[in-house]
Write a protein that binds this ligand. Structure first.
Ligand SMILES: C[S@@+](CC[C@H](N)C(=O)[O-])C[C@H]1O[C@@H](n2cnc3c(N)ncnc32)[C@H](O)[C@@H]1O
Length: 202
């Protein structure tokens, strides 16, 4: 079996496609890696990802930042098992730690300090998750959050379908918070990726 990271990433991509598992899409991949690289010339030292799925983005970050340690959280047992398997195959299990469970519970137990946070789990929980983890972020930490424009509804002036109202309201709250507290840029590629840095670092 070919256990190089590019091969494993390609296997995960095919599996995700065939099984309808949402993983980071083409144009957003490089954006995410560039956001993580904003931390400094050596890249991030300790990454926290909420929403592992099958480990695609975590493995991609592990490949680009070979010195980084990564904590990644997933609630679905099968996806978590698959992510762990991929990390073992890639020989990175010593520095990519896949945690199984509800992020709301796991977050409290994590130590940090993290210099890159990637929010890609439950979309309605971004603000709560960020506020929980903020005391464990370094002063130069970069925060990325995926899907913040959620199907164009977050910035739309049109009425939001009832079933998405709470989610859209929470994403708007998240954006207001990070725009006020951090230097935040929202990339419109895909479903919207926000990248926030401490004020004055840009
Ligand atoms: C968009 S996917 C993550 C994709 C992954 N970051 C990638 O790009 O390869 C979101 C994941 O978050 C997980 N998730 C949803 N709610 C969660 C929670 N409360 N705690 C932890 N994980 C959760 C879902 O099961 C799903 O696999």
């Amino acid at each position: 079996m070919d256990n190089t990271i590019p091969q494993i990433l390609s296997d995960l991509e095919i599996y995700a496609e065939e099984n309808n598992i949402p993983i980071i899409r083409g144009p957003e991949r490089e954006l995410l890696l560039r956001a993580a690289a904003l931390v400094g010339p050596e890249g991030p030292k300790k990454i926290l990802e909420i929403g592992t799925a099958i480990g695609y983005s975590a493995l991609m970050m592990a490949e680009r930042f070979p010195k980084a340690e990564i904590d990644t959280l997933e609630i679905d047992e099968n996806r978590h098992a698959m992510a762990e398997d991929g990390m073992r195959r890639a020989g990175v299990s010593d520095r990519v730690h896949c945690h199984l469970g509800d992020a709301a519970d796991i977050l409290r137990k994590l130590k940090g300090p993290y210099d890159f946070l990637y929010l890609d789990g439950p979309k309605g929980q971004y603000l709560r998750e960020l506020q929980e983890i903020e005391p464990k972020l370094t002063s130069e930490a970069v925060i990325a959050a995926d899907n913040v424009l959620f199907r164009g509804l977050v910035r739309s002036k049109e009425s939001v379908p009832h079933r998405y109202r709470t989610l859209v309201m929470r994403l708007r709250d998240y954006i207001s918070y990070v725009e006020e507290k951090y230097d935040t840029h929202i990339y419109e590629e895909g479903d919207g990726l926000s990248v926030s840095r401490p004020k004055g670092m840009t």
